[in-house]
Design a protein around this ligand. Structure first.
Ligand code: PMP
Ligand code: GLU
Length: 390
């Protein structure tokens, strides 16, 4: 068969490494290989029953027409209220909220609307692989700003500034971060936002793990009163509400940007799935059940985090970064092993544990393990990891 000549639009498109590896682990399991799957970053627990029921009810009641492109008014209002209740923001205008098919689509809409050819977007590393790919899809260039284990994996303002050029248009922030779980403390967040404002740089703050913090709360950009005009908050229900399959995310930003994103969405997906929006409105809507759900999840994840960190501390070949948030153990291979892709392959082949190698995250020599699984699954995985690293 002749090779297809693809359009320049996708010349630099890479498949989502996280999704590809997760699919591979699933396929192996389906073929009967007893793989412990710690690869994809997803809480492997059911959605809140009150949210699932609201989605089912919407279908049963025939609420199956096109939802408004920017999202159901009741969901946009629920998001605005949720942000008022869980951040220091005194007012959030529902018209500044746009609902999309997951944070991934929100990010794509943002980048495609704001960045283009000849422009640069700063991406602190290690990073979630979709950031660099989405920036490139928009035609812009990601510029990597290294963070270090010793520095707690948070970006330093002087490093951001050293990477800044006249072409810098944006900065991706992700706190708690994937894959490290690092949290940017409030003082530093304030400094970064002030620096970005001074230089006219858009800040895209991906706060999908904000509620999953194990020490001090992880601050939102909405906690910083003096944040500039060019700040966009992104969040969704995939992590803290265990609803990744519902595909609901949102962006909150200046109204003209949100309007442009709605135009883009209106020409691409027509917006997010309706019944999922009803489910998300129920998940975020009433504060008592919502907060009870998040508290229970957090306590469960805290226990798993403790369990894993104590096991990793006994190993020689790999050491784990103590995450302040998110749902990952981020491990550094000791002894200078750089090719974590090979190690991940061997871990899968020999020990039947699926994880993510550091390479797609811009950090060879590291492995990422999702710990948001059933306790027995994590125990079994840790046992096998210990056997592998011996
Ligand atoms: N941001 C980060 C940092 C993530 O790890 C993920 C992974 N799911 C996403 C965004 C995408 O989430 P969603 O399911 O809302 O598209
Ligand atoms: N974000 C998750 C991860 O990092 C899920 C996969 C994806 O959306 O890329 O594994």
């Amino acid at each position: 068969m002749p090779t297809t000549q693809f359009s320049p639009n996708v010349a630099r498109l890479e498949a989502s490494a996280t999704l590809v590896l997760a699919a591979r682990a699933r396929k192996l399991r389906a073929a009967g290989v007893p793989v412990v799957d710690l690869s994809a970053g997803e809480p492997q627990y059911p959605a809140p029953p009150f949210a699932a029921r609201a989605g089912i009810r919407a279908v049963e009641e025939g609420k199956t027409g096109y939802p408004p492109t920017s999202g159901l008014p009741e969901l946009r209002e629920a998001i605005a209220r949720y942000l008022r209740e869980t951040t220091a923001a005194e007012a959030v205008d529902p018209d500044s909220v746009i609902v999309s098919a997951g944070v991934k689509q929100s990010l794509f809409n943002c980048c495609y609307s704001l960045f283009g050819a000849g422009e640069e977007v700063l991406v602190p590393s290690p990073f979630w692989p979709s950031y660099t790919t989405i920036v490139r899809l928009a035609g812009a260039e990601p510029v990597i700003v290294e963070t270090t284990w010793e520095g707690g994996f948070v970006p330093a303002v002087e490093d951001l500034d050293a990477a800044r050029t006249t072409r810098t248009r944006g900065l991706m922030l992700n706190s708690p971060g994937n894959p490290t779980g690092a949290v940017i403390p409030p003082g530093l967040l304030r400094e970064i936002l002030a620096w970005a404002e001074r230089h006219g740089i858009w800040v895209l703050s991906d706060e999908i793990y904000r509620r999953l913090a194990y020490g001090a709360p992880s601050p939102s950009v909405f906690d910083i009163a003096e944040r500039g005009e060019r700040t966009i908050l992104l969040d969704g229900v995939s992590k803290a509400f265990c609803m990744p399959g519902f595909r609901i995310g949102y962006a909150v930003g200046p109204r003209d940007v949100v309007r442009k994103m709605a135009d883009l969405q209106g020409q691409t997906t027509s917006g997010a799935v309706g019944p999922s929006q009803h489910a998300a409105a129920a998940a975020l809507g009433e504060s008592a059940p919502r907060e009870a759900f998040v508290a229970e999840l957090l306590s469960r994840l805290s226990g798993l985090r403790e369990l894993g960190l104590s096991r990793f501390a006994e190993l020689d070949g790999v050491e784990a970064f103590a995450p302040d948030g998110a749902l990952y153990f981020y491990g550094r291979l000791t002894g200078g092993a750089a090719a974590s892709l090979d190690v991940a392959e061997r871990l899968l082949a020999d020990a039947k544990v699926a994880c993510m190698p550091g390479e797609p995250f811009g950090s060879p020599g590291h492995l990422r393990f999702n710990f948001a699984v059933e306790r027995e699954v994590l125990e079994e995985g840790l046992e096998r990891i210990a056997g592998f690293f011996g």
